[in-house]
Design a protein around this ligand. Structure first.
Ligand code: TRP
Length: 377
């Protein structure tokens, strides 16, 4: 379907543009989450272009490889909620909810399982690499293996049109689209095919850890968290991996694989140069100087620190405020979950009808059966 047809189709069906996305509560959110998706979500929420925005804390998905750590998941639900609110997700505009509270999602997952083959799941690149990272080998929990199906349930239950996510989630959205097409062709056009929204800026796709490693991870201890103090952020930036060949200030330096420059690609804007580094017009000039030689790491790190402090300070302040009233956060999540549950229940009922498993509501079926047995007697 062409894009215009798609929106035309949505209008006809009185469906709106709907956002759904979320995160697993396995730790505090870091700046990789922020540039990869969080920041965009807040912009989309505030754009007024969407009829509904659902933001889900995916605790059930987190449990698929944390079944022995329920306390960790429970603790991190509140951490993630605090990070969301701190970033500017607004419960007046977005429905914030907890996945496990919506039992309809589990039910949808069970039916979708019949539309997906084991071979297809095995080919899912995200699942493949996550299995590798976790050294599961032969002991992959079935729930973990099938989580892309449950993710399809998350998205389709809300008839989401738009899923703002990090680039690593693209295979999940593709898998969801396949499930939607299959369902709609086998049964009826009930489900909506979602589109992923990933950052335009390449540097935001997979922000490296401060040690230059490709992935930020808690176990590697290389993350900058949204909740980190100003001091910690500064220390982390000043210790960032740069170019091991750039020893003297006068040495020519490399930009590729240089973490500070990757972060500058992700975070810097023209006005930052005016404010903090007026000797350079833009990032291109700064890079050129570094490559020529004569520009020290400390200078670029201080510049990055100024930029990141400016971005993170308001987030930190808001987080502090929300931390003072934890019961209210639970109240927000509870209200959001109740609202989300209603929407998911509506979709589930349409799904069951399409699948002809709504026996007790199907008066036609009851009448038909009655006729059949009457004729037989
Ligand atoms: N897989 C996502 C993550 O690891 C979390 C998630 C679960 C999600 N269900 C989703 C994201 C649906 C987008 C849409 O962070």
């Amino acid at each position: 379907m062409l894009k215009n047809d798609f929106y035309g189709y949505m209008e006809e069906n009185k469906l709106g543009k709907i956002i759904l996305t979320g995160d697993r509560p396995t730790g505090r959110l870091h700046v990789g989450h922020y540039v990869g998706s969080l920041k965009r979500r807040v912009e989309l929420q505030n754009s007024g272009d969407y009829d509904k925005t659902y933001i889900m804390i995916a605790d059930a998905q987190a449990l698929t490889d944390n079944i022995e750590n329920p306390e960790k998941v429970r603790q991190n639900i509140i951490e993630v909620a605090l990070d969301y609110l701190a970033c500017g997700l607004d419960p007046q505009k977005s429905t914030l909810f907890i996945q496990s509270h919506i039992s309809e999602l589990t039910e949808l997952t069970f039916y979708y399982m019949d539309l997906v083959t084991v071979a297809r799941l095995q080919r899912n690149p995200t699942v493949k690499s996550e299995i590798q990272m976790r050294n599961f080998e032969a002991s992959i929990p079935v729930g973990f293996f099938t989580y892309p199906i449950s993710q399809a349930a998350d998205i389709t239950a809300f008839k989401a049109t738009t899923v703002p996510v990090g680039e690593d989630q693209l295979p999940m959205i593709e898998q969801t689209r396949e499930i939607v097409r299959k369902f709609n062709s086998v049964y009826e056009e009930v489900l909506v095919e979602p589109e992923a929204l990933i950052p335009q800026n390449q540097a935001c796709h997979r922000l490296p850890g401060i040690d230059g490693k490709a992935k930020m991870s808690k176990s590697l201890g290389n993350c900058i968290y949204l909740a980190d103090s100003a001091d910690d952020v500064k220390k982390k930036i000043m210790s960032m991996y740069t170019d091991p060949m750039h020893i003297q200030v006068s040495d020519p330096g490399h930009i590729e694989g240089n973490t500070v420059f990757t972060y500058l690609d992700a975070f810097s804007r023209p006005e930052h140069f005016e404010r903090y580094l007026p000797d350079y017009a833009n990032l291109e000039e700064l890079k050129a100087h570094y490559q020529r030689g004569g520009l020290g790491d400390v200078k670029i790190k201080k510049f990055l620190n100024n930029i990141m402090q400016e971005e993170l300070e308001p987030i930190r302040q808001r987080r502090k405020e929300y931390e003072k009233d934890i019961p209210t956060i639970y109240e927000i999540l509870k209200k959001g979950s109740e609202a989300a549950k209603e929407v998911a229940a509506q979709t589930l009922s349409e799904v069951k009808k399409a699948m002809k498993i709504n026996y007790f509501e199907d008066m036609e079926l009851i009448r038909e059966q009655a006729e059949k047995y009457k004729n037989e007697n």
